[in-house]
Design a protein around this ligand. Structure first.
Ligand code: 4AD
Ligand code: MG
Length: 477
């Protein structure tokens, strides 16, 4: 018999119809009530086992974690907590689970512990909810761009360029590390390497997206990106996913509008399509907040926070205005920041970003027009020759969620800027060619996907919203 997913079973009118479900045992009570989950929903289906007519040896195999197939009659539930239940007529153990050794017991486990068994944590309510929400967000991102006529461009993962000019890249090589070929100067001779040159995992698909935008007008990439920065924080991964739209003829204002529309669209989609999972995560977060002192608890619950984000325009201001606010903030005056704000030109730390969002404006903020020396080479220079058309979107509890800019489309200014920043203009001829042949104003941004998932799920550590996190000294599974 064809198996029906539990999500569908739970929405079905029970009429004693015979159905088959398959899934994994969560609990087995009183040798009779078997709770089964198949990942299609947070909810388990209760199957009632005919224990009198089942050999003891079979009943013993219904342990937490075992994979089962059950055929039975769907009836209205007698017990509380579920609308339907399955009166089992037969069941088959598809895969036994050694209950003694199974690390997931029917009790609360800490997220730290679950991180150590990331290969099994999908089987918990929290992680199955997180990954269903993650899926919905990814899907809605594609839907958003598709509805607007964007072309999904698959930019390369292996590149020879450093898009951000920050040099935090993972090298790719097939040379023998014990005995690499050397050139006359005694350095490793990458001309003998697989690609005939040094190659890396990409830090961003932006530069290639720009090439696409100069013909297709509106493109986006959505793929994995890699950063070899040694940041062991709850907001950084060495491998993360990024959404990067790039749009010809857009200026910075259009860019801000697009980013705000995108964020609101996908948050709304998650609220509309993942209500059950988000409700579960809301409750989970409330429980977690109870552990904190009163004054550190969030004023809003998860759903209120998401709704608030939809109902309010993001505050837009310049970096310069933000610095004034930060300089004059009680936090700064009382020297409460770990990194004091000393004046114009300092790079903002996450504590400053979060002050602006959580304490000062109490809503998402878009900062624009940063000093050129703290931003990448490709951002469009302002008239003042000192600031660039950059934008960062800052979110409560997260800090920077989006980074982007209007791009420098003027060849002479771009070249001068690259030289100033020691970026090899000859090697990047292909990037500069777009400015030589029909250059046009354009703008784009990068949305960190895991930071978005963090925000929507209310999880607090980025390692808990990606299946198998990669961070310094951590590449298990
Ligand atoms: O600000 P970033 O570095 O911008 C770029 O890479 C541009 N090329 C994007 C563009 O304009 N097309 O990164 C963009 C976003 C950040 O705002 C953050 O959300 C996320 O990517 N991000 C990270 N997420 C997790 N772990 C890391 N190590 C991240 N670094 C950046
Ligand atoms: Mg950034």
């Amino acid at each position: 018999m064809k198996r029906i997913k539990i999500r569908q079973v739970l929405q079905t009118q029970p009429q004693e119809q015979i159905i088959t479900i398959k899934g994994w045992v969560r609990t087995f009570r009183n040798n009779q009530f078997l709770s089964v989950n198949d990942g299609s929903t947070l909810n388990n289906l209760q199957a009632v086992i005919d224990f009198e007519n089942t050999p003891e040896s079979e009943l013993k195999r219904l342990t937490t974690g075992a994979a089962v197939s059950i055929t039975g009659k769907l009836v209205a539930s007698q017990g509380k907590g579920q609308s339907v239940e399955l009166i089992a007529q037969s069941f088959e153990i598809l895969g036994d689970s050694d209950a003694e050794k199974f690390p997931l017991q029917p009790k609360k486990h800490s997220l730290e512990f679950l991180r150590e068994i990331a290969h099994l944590r999908f089987r918990t309510n929290t992680f199955s909810a997180v990954f269903r929400v993650r899926h919905a967000l990814a899907f809605s991102i594609h839907q958003f761009f598709h509805e607007r006529g964007f072309v999904y461009l698959h930019t390369p993962i292996i590149t020879a360029s450093d898009a951000e000019g920050a040099g935090e890249m993972f090298r790719i090589s097939t040379l023998d590390p014990k005995n690499p070929p050397l050139n006359d100067a005694g350095e490793i001779d990458y001309s003998q390497d697989f690609f005939g040159r040094q190659a890396n995992l990409t830090v961003s698909g932006q530069l290639e997206a720009e090439l696409g935008a100069m013909a297709l007008s509106e493109v986006y990439t959505f793929g994995p990106t890699f950063r070899a920065e040694n940041s062991n924080t709850t907001r950084h991964l060495a491998e993360f996913w990024m959404i990067e739209p790039e749009v010809a003829f857009n200026d910075l204002n259009d860019n801000m509008d697009l980013a705000e529309d995108l964020l609101k669209y996908v948050i709304r989609f998650a609220l509309d399509n993942c209500a059950e999972d988000i409700e579960f995560l809301r409750t989970r977060l409330l429980e977690e907040e109870k552990q904190k002192p009163q004054n550190e608890r969030s004023e809003m619950d998860l759903v209120q926070k998401l709704q608030f984000c939809l109902d309010n325009s993001f505050e837009r201001l310049t970096y310069t205005e933000a610095i004034t606010i930060l300089m004059e903030s009680p936090q700064n005056k009382k020297k409460k920041f770990q990194y004091p704000v000393t004046g114009w030109g300092t790079d903002l730390q996450s504590e400053h970003e979060r002050y602006l969002v959580e304490k000062h404006f109490k809503k998402p903020v878009i900062l624009t027009d940063y000093p050129k020396h703290i931003k990448a080479f490709y951002m469009r220079m302002n008239e003042d020759n000192n600031t660039v058309r950059a934008m960062d979107i800052l979110f409560p509890g997260i800090g920077e969620i989006v980074g982007g800019s209007q791009r420098e489309e003027r060849l002479d200014i771009l070249e001068a800027r690259m030289k100033e920043m020691h970026i090899p203009t000859e090697e990047m001829y292909w990037y500069l060619d777009t400015r030589r042949f029909g250059t046009a104003p354009h703008a784009g941004f990068g949305l960190g996907f895991e930071r978005l998932v963090l925000f929507v799920t209310g999880m607090t550590n980025i390692r808990d919203v990606i299946a198998f996190p990669r961070s310094p000294k951590n590449c298990e599974f």
